[in-house]
Design a protein around this ligand. Sequence first.
Ligand code: FAD
Ligand code: NAD
Ligand code: SF4
Ligand code: FES
Length: 812
Amino acid sequence: MPAAKKQKLVVIGNGIAGISTVEQILKLSGAFDITVIGQEPHPNYNRIMLSYVLEGSKTLDDIVLNDWKWYEDNGITLHTGTSAQRIDEAAKVVMTDNGMAVPYDHVIIATGSKPFILPVPGSDKEGVIGFRNIADCTRMLQAAKTYRKAAVIGGGLLGLEAAKGLVSLGMDVTVVHLMNDLMESQLDSVAAQMLQHELEQQGIRFLLGKQTVEVLGDTRVTGLRFKDGDELDADLVVMAVGIRANTEVAQASGIEVRRGIVVDDHLRTSMKDVYAVGECCEHRGVCYGLVAPLFEQGQVLAKRLCGVDTPPYEGSIVSTKLKVSGVDVFSAGEFIEQPEHDVVLAKDDWKKTYKKILLRDGMIVGAILFGDVSESANLQSLIRKKAQMTDDIYHSIMGGGCAGKGADAATRIAQMPDDEIVCGCNGVTKKAIVDAITVQGMTTVDEIKACTGATRSCGGCKPVVEQILQSVLGDGFTTAAKQGICPCTTLDRDTIVAEIRAKGLTTTKEVMHVLDWSNPEGCSKCRPALNYYLTMLNPLTHREERESRFVNERMNANIQKDGTYTVVPRMYGGVTTPEALKKIADVSLKYNVKVVKVTGGQRLDLVGVKKEDLPKVWEELDMPSGYAYAKSLRTVKTCVGSQFCRFGTQDSMGMGAYLERKFERLDFPAKFKMAVNGCPRNCAEACTKDIGIVGNDGGWEIFVGGNGGTKARLADSFCKVKTDEELIEICAALMQYYRETGNYLERTSEWVERLGLEAIREAVLHNTEQRKELVERIELALSQLLDPWKKVLEDDKLRDVLYRDVQPVVAT
Ligand SMILES: Cc1cc2nc3c(=O)[nH]c(=O)nc-3n(C[C@H](O)[C@H](O)[C@H](O)COP(=O)(O)OP(=O)(O)OC[C@H]3O[C@@H](n4cnc5c(N)ncnc54)[C@H](O)[C@@H]3O)c2cc1C
Ligand SMILES: NC(=O)c1ccc[n+]([C@@H]2O[C@H](COP(=O)([O-])OP(=O)(O)OC[C@H]3O[C@@H](n4cnc5c(N)ncnc54)[C@H](O)[C@@H]3O)[C@@H](O)[C@H]2O)c1
Ligand code: SF4
Ligand code: FES
């Protein structure tokens, strides 16, 4: 009997929606002769990952989902670089821009969306682009090599991911947003402000409540003008103000189109045998802009075409996660409280976390998570199922408020229902993952990805997939058990430091490569941490990796919310001279310093210096940097002591200035503050300093682990010493021990609690041999330090790269 003739299926659009539907069809049936028409010159790639390509952590090759061979292996005819123009219903052909008439029995339109470009004068100028495809991404990568100032219009998901990418490429980036809150379609004001603060720390500037009315420039953009008359310089403008469904083919074919191509619950359009999936379609009045719905639509459509029974598609409940490393944000369902809502809320300013769950009649209808998104899959499933809040759910999600993670991972996985969706992007349930492990023998995240699709898109579900592997395989799954220093690695701090020592690793790149980082470029959490550990371990050989530092440390100055910087010269022990003050006053006047502020650390802060003026200000001040921006020794606060005070028994000013000169510029895991007092009256407040020193009749008393910040802690008395030499030696050994055993960003207040005072005393006080070695190592580190501003002023290239504000010569 001759084989049944195959049905001709034509897919217009070679993106995720079209090809994921084809993948489903191939799983169910071999009855189709498939032709794909794609406008872009590439095989199907993961559009989501363009944010990572821009940021530099993925290459274009990494994001290909179905390579050329896949089409060949599955007998699919692929026409890339080809636009479908019209469907001729009578002739049953799809017409293309290069004159083809492709015959069909069924057509799937999956043409996605186009970025919306604001219709303001000048928006067609060179240098104004959207961010939608590989071509846009490549243009941004190119522009960053030549230009410095980028403006991203739109503070939604896309705009923020674009902005982060451009910052990683070394551009000065300002996000111009119409509303007063970022991501206002996903976050409330509290979360939006936390997000803004976090992104400012990562070097992005924001102009909120600004409406762009004109793009300035001749042929190429030079800036933006706003409704209030303000202007912003920019030589690259990325428009990320939303998308519009791409309905051109449907319109040209006479198919019903409203905001998108109108489809019913079976994804049928108004034209017989023509269907639509993905962002181009409008279902029950909704056009989606995320991948999860298109997988759900694709599954229904594939089953329908293959004659497999399926419930209709009734719409999707969407959730979003921002893909910016070091910033964890999740939002799903309803998020702005209304009178009918009950609100479950926890905010922790120390851990920088925020959790909000909205309930309607006890039913979970929406949530926002910031900082700790470990419960996102769980919440998404509860919202999808319209679950009632119970004590168990409450404790599992809220745990100890924001700080705790609720139930531990193993318990949470055990309690997770089989049908809970773990990977929202690809609609993969817990059961599908467990089956992949138990039935098909998968043992790694990558194998699960290949088998089920989970983790294939945004990657946000990877931790949960690892936890499921851990819970099913127990000891057989070893890597997930470790607590990595960031999402790029499962290795903890101690293992990393030990490996750097054992393997003689010298650069962050080398560490990431040799220790098998999942993200080869690292993230904003691990890069500065590795840079610190490497400098601490290899003081003689490690070359400063400026790009691994936070913006303030990169620029040797603290950035302010208006984009200007502060300059804080050293005043050893809080002591200055009339000559130094006069110079500070002259320079402040010359460079229009906005405010001169006396700091809590007894020195002067010149606030409001323009970036391009920073080198000149430092040059003219000719004073050492106060390191007010660094994880380093900040200040040594002193009282007047025995030189002038009638109660003083020790020279606190002299000792404070000596200690500050000796230990300035040294890197610590976190900022480091000291104080020296001439007597136990303690006027310079030793009890809130990392090391506090109090003079007494017979010598000095040393205190450690004090903190006056958000999490205040009184310092512990560490020991008493008789002589100045002993004092200096013990301070040196104590500092080096903290440098060597502290976790990056861990203040001494936390370090003392973690290690225990007795253990620190044992290492630094009682073990004299170890103390000697600690002192030798700190002396070695100190011998390598140079004033950062001297380095900048002597290096024209560095000065130019970091602080220039002129248009660079265009590369030819
Ligand atoms: C940078 C970026 C990051 C994103 N991150 C996320 C995320 O983290 N999570 C998430 O859920 N979503 C994210 N999205 C959105 C997600 O990428 C889209 O929802 C998804 O790609 C839509 O898929 P689609 O197939 O419907 O459309 P598209 O991916 O746009 O594919 C449509 C394809 O059709 C082609 N085409 C158009 N017209 C024609 C024609 N006439 N003939 C032939 N071909 C045509 C287009 O060139 C395109 O290749 C992101 C989007 C971007 C741009
Ligand atoms: N992580 C993710 O899930 C992710 C990442 C990137 C993109 N996407 C998707 O890609 C699509 C495009 O993203 P998007 O961020 O462009 O769309 P969006 O609609 O989510 O956000 C656009 C933002 O631009 C702002 N805006 C509108 N007009 C403006 C103006 N004149 N000036 C300044 N701001 C203005 C809006 O207030 C809004 O916050 C969306 O569907 C989004 O969901 C998702
Ligand atoms: S701490 Fe003692 S020595 Fe110092 S100023 Fe106060 S009273 Fe005088
Ligand atoms: S949730 Fe995005 S890949 Fe799984």
